[in-house]
Design a protein around this ligand. Structure first.
Ligand SMILES: Nc1ncnc2c1ncn2[C@@H]1O[C@H](COP(=O)(O)OP(=O)(O)O)[C@@H](O)[C@H]1O
Ligand SMILES: [Mg+2]
Length: 269
């Protein structure tokens, strides 16, 4: 199996003074390369805790986590950050853009942290990513000059600039109107069809329906793991591709694909 994520008995207990808060009480599952998975569950069930562990933003209290074959549960924080920078793009509900930086500067920032990429190349790649998400005409805008949907597209461009194999999103449409949400989900679908593994958290069933598979979390445990009846905006997903996702040329690596993407984003979210 070509596994991107393998977790076994993964646990996270937060320490609040003298009290232990068991947020994740032992979950086990695999996610294959190229999958599109939604994580659902009620508020407080441990979804963000799980995402932060999957995204190497936090370390587990117990259990195993292999990311792309790498035992990340055993890495210290510095190595974890290095793995995160190289393998993972993260998208948040609140966009988390820097208010004083332009869209272009926000998108280029992960390459500064990654190091070794000259300024000229950072800007060229940031422009490419913004075109990819349909914001070629908003590069010099600051976050407050952009709609919520546009800000989230900037955040997605930022997540993609390091060419991650895995895109994680925690309630990415939680702050968006339904029209912008649909556009953002179409973008995730397209990225997934280009070969990126996508895992997103949502509590909305119609958002989860864009994924191929739903993991249901309840009270820190995995409750259900089932395929969705996918309702794709980008045309039907060929069932034969499910076992072994076809490796189409990735738009993330091929600037020439950027022009095709613009068609998705003619309306301003
Ligand atoms: N940093 C933290 N410190 C202490 N408790 C936390 C922390 N983050 C989350 N929790 C607790 O862990 C549980 C799961 O939270 P979370 O993963 O954020 O749930 P969800 O994203 O599903 O709403 C909740 O009971 C929450 O209060
Ligand atoms: Mg949450």
């Amino acid at each position: 199996m070509d596994a991107m994520i393998q977790v076994r008995d993964l646990r996270k207990t937060y320490r609040m003074g003298d009290i232990d808060v068991p947020a994740l009480r032992g979950v086990s599952f695999d996610i294959r390369r190229g999958e599109f998975v939604a994580i659902m569950g009620p508020s407080g069930s441990g979804k963000s805790t799980l995402m932060n562990l999957l995204g190497c933003l936090d370390t587990p209290s117990g259990g195993q986590y292999l990311l792309d074959g790498l035992p990340v549960d055993q890495l210290d924080r510095n190595l974890l950050a290095a793995v995160r920078n190289r393998k993972i793009g993260f998208v948040f509900q609140q966009f988390n853009l820097l208010a004083r930086q332009t869209a272009l500067e926000n998108v280029a920032l992960p390459l500064v942290y990654l190091g070794g990429v000259p300024a000229e190349e950072r800007m060229a790649r940031a422009r490419e990513m913004l075109e990819l998400v349909g914001l070629g005409d908003r590069m010099q805008h600051h976050p407050k000059e952009l709609s919520g949907g546009q800000q989230q597209r900037v955040a997605i461009a930022r997540a993609l600039i390091t060419r991650p194999a895995l895109l994680l999103a925690d309630e990415p449409t939680g702050n968006l109107d339904s029209h912008s949400s649909t556009e953002i989900m179409a973008l995730f679908e397209e990225l997934n069809q280009q070969g990126i593994t996508v895992v997103l958290v949502t509590h909305e069933a119609d958002i989860a329906a864009h994924a191929r598979r739903v993991l249901m979390v309840h009270d820190g445990l995995l409750d259900r793991d089932a395929p969705t009846q996918q309702r794709s905006l980008n045309g039907p997903a060929p069932a034969a591709d499910r076992e072994r996702p076809r490796r189409r040329p990735s738009i993330v690596r091929r600037p020439s694909f950027a022009s095709k993407r613009r068609s998705l984003s003619t309306t301003q979210g």
